[in-house]
Design a protein around this ligand. Structure first.
Ligand SMILES: CC(C)(COP(=O)(O)OP(=O)(O)OC[C@H]1O[C@@H](n2cnc3c(N)ncnc32)[C@H](O)[C@@H]1OP(=O)(O)O)[C@@H](O)C(=O)NCCC(=O)NCCS
Length: 182
């Protein structure tokens, strides 16, 4: 078991030196080593990495997002999806919008040697706390384009599928309502 007192999280800066990382997914491995710093320099995403006993055990990348329901008329099926979304998330009709502010988890990966130790879940808690603790900016949801293999992980952590339209796809848009936090 991991002792989370020894797990530290830091922001990836342009001068951060990283050791090789393997989470079992080539694209996610190479994002960290080849792209993350460019995203940072271009203000497109901020990457954080987790170390445990000085070993690189996980990383995640965050950027701003929004949940959009771009329907046109009463008969647009997206309108009924929007209505059930509002109902499910208890958004009062006076506060209902076609777009809601969100933060996207652009990437999340745990070192293969450390999977199944609740590090991924811990990171989701860290992200939630980071967004909600200061309340410096409006953000209602966390979003993620989840890989098929990770649907179960996000569902266990309280995420839901936004729509049934991407059912059967290899990645699906999932969201977490930050207002659910007690
Ligand atoms: C998906 C990933 C981030 C999960 O991280 P992790 O630290 O291993 O997950 P946790 O230990 O916090 O798991 C929390 C719960 O989710 C479950 N879970 C974890 N990965 C799962 C998966 N792929 N499918 C179904 N359930 C999963 C765990 O069994 C655990 O359930 P429990 O509480 O009943 O024991 C990690 O496996 C990973 O990096 N995978 C490869 C890259 C990837 O798919 N990233 C997601 C991109 S969207």
């Amino acid at each position: 078991m991991i002792d989370f007192n020894f797990l530290s999280i830091a922001k990836l800066e342009p001068d951060t030196e990283l050791e090789p990382f393997d989470c079992g997914d080539v694209d996610l491995n190479s994002f960290l080593l080849d792209d993350a710093k460019n995203y940072y320099e271009d203000f497109l995403g901020v990457t954080y990495f987790a170390e445990y006993n000085q070993k690189l055990v996980a990383y995640y990348c965050l950027f701003n997002d929004k949940i959009v329901f771009d329907f046109s008329g009463k008969d647009d099926p997206l309108r009924s999806q929007w209505k059930s979304f509002n109902k499910k998330n208890k958004i009062h009709f006076k506060k209902q919008r076609k777009t809601y502010p969100a933060v996207k988890i652009g990437r999340l990966a745990v070192n293969s040697d450390f999977k199944g130790n609740s590090i991924g879940s811990y990171i989701l808690e860290i992200v939630t706390t980071m967004i909600t603790s200061t309340r410096d900016i409006g953000c209602r949801f966390i979003t993620v384009d989840a890989y098929k293999d990770a649907f179960g992980f996000y569902l266990k952590n309280g995420f839901e599928f936004l729509s049934s339209e991407d059912e059967g796809d290899n990645t699906r848009l999932m969201y977490y309502d930050l207002k659910r936090i007690p």
